[in-house]
Design a binder for this molecule. Sequence first.
Ligand code: FE
Length: 171
Amino acid sequence: MFRLFSLMLAMFAFMSCNQAQPGYEARAVSGPVLSLEGDTLEHVEKTKSEWKAELSPLAFKVLREKGTERAFTGEYWDNKKKGIYYCAGCGAPLFSSTTKYRSGTGWPSFYEPIITGNVKEENDTSYGMNRVEVVCARCDGHLGHVFPDGPEPTGLRYCLNSVSLKFEEKK
Ligand code: FE
């Protein structure tokens, strides 16, 4: 019983957003930030106090200070509804429910952004790990990390914080 528990714990640790994965480097993503209608969205620049005034304390911590919400606590890790996930900071469309999958990590996970230029990748060496951070290209808000252990067709796992996203259902 204890062995099974240890194994499950180890699997969770392996799948978690905090696990470093060798062999994946941030890619340079080019192109404008676009709305779903194809209009260019202007870059959003705000001061720390402006962000603090409009975001919840947790959203500020995650989006602006690269924090991480606790697994299985966010609003969307188990959301199975159809729709679009927008940036909770600036409203840019980031991910679609059509690329969301069950990763078992307790964080919403996708295999591909909805529009390539809307999500930037940056190498992140914090906490002594080599990870690739994913950031909203419009407001530079921290979304989560991307790992090379996702499903086809991309093989990528965008492991995101629910609090960085705002879901809009599309029936
Ligand atoms: Fe944003």
